[in-house]
Design a protein around this ligand. Sequence first.
Ligand SMILES: [Zn+2]
Length: 471
Amino acid sequence: MKLYNTLSRQIDELKPINKPEVSIYTCGPTVYDYPHIGNWFTFIRYDLLVRSLKAHNYKTKWVLNITDVGHLVSDADQGEDKLVKKALKENKDAYAIAKLYTDYFISGLSRLNILKPDFMPKATDHIQEQIDFIKVLEEKGLTYKISDGIYFDVAKFPQYIKLARLNLEDQVDGARVEVNPEKHRQIDFALWKFSPSSGKRDMEWDSPWGKGFPGWHIECSAMALKYLGPTMDIHAGGIDHIPVHHTNEIAQSEAANGQPLANIWFHTSHLSIDGSKISKSLDNGINLEDIESRNISLEAFRLLVIQSNYINQSQFTFELLSGAQSSLKNLIRDFSWIYSGVKTNNENKQLRTNIARTKRSMLDFMADNLNTPRALSALHELASYVSNLNQISDDDILVIEKFNIFVNELFGINIVKKISLTNDQKKLISDRKNYRLDKNWDKADESRKILEEQGIGLRDVGEASLWFPLD
Ligand SMILES: [Zn+2]
């Protein structure tokens, strides 16, 4: 399996440290709001990466963290904690906000058929691990204290620039971070922030340096070490994490552990909506409910993610999403007629050959830097072959059902759906067949319409009328 590695700026072969196990850490949500579809694009891409590894017979060990403390509004060290800000706005406790949006996030994973990560650690459950991690950095002389917290001294870690290929001279003008005159360099980042002297925070803990809370980045270093050890195979996140969050994770972890944090750094591109970047201020943060309220399935949304390559910026419009919905319906139409096909006892050898070839191509495209659009086009090719058949043996049905399991495991979508007809529906189909033989097209159309209203589509191949679920 090959993946584009941000660290090397090239496509690298995955060489798992403990083959066949592959360890993966993906940066998870900050649980202060409902994720928008740009966030879900990223989480579905993590899922497709894990599914692809499993399909290539790797055993995955996947950590997805839940950030429930310490992520400040600026993404750097200034401003309020995102959860605290929301809690104040809604007149709730920060823990209540964290629970509400963590529960929502977990239900979103299952609504989108995203595999359950092996570990979903929360930052607030790992305060001691984060304190211990900061102590190691302190003992190595890599930290300093100023009035609002303990900071990582970037000057002590010369490889700091390597992931983002930063030019540090460009970073000191305050463009990236707000200026804090006490910091040695503006690029230095907080490991531990002190609680304000006035008032109590909902989330604060004692530490060797004083009461406060961890900086955002340290949770990932501490939890990655706990669950995956000092070096993991793949670390993933959105590309916006490259210059700050992942750069800081590398600095902390590699300075503390003395070895690389990850062999492959996998970054997913942004999603833009109607041509502009998603942002809360633009109020274009479409969520899952907005999709469902338009009668579009979340499975269609998943297909939209598969249709685009993770490496390029993806576009979202509701027209594109409707297109994905039609494409999904067509796949279901092309495969699900099998339960109504004309029965034969002859096995279709060509079908078996084509399925084997399609599986191989899909796996190869996924192994080639997770090329989901090409893997999907291999599936469409097979669909077009299958849709032109009308005879089917019981064994052919089993072969297609097995192929559906393969597609479901790799892509997380179902292309074969079985429905059972009521007696009335069966009668409508046989009546329509007779109307057609009598060339009574109006009556035949009427029967078709009634069936369509009940979610059953029809396709005529010769004299046979094949039926399939419409969604
Ligand atoms: Zn992280």
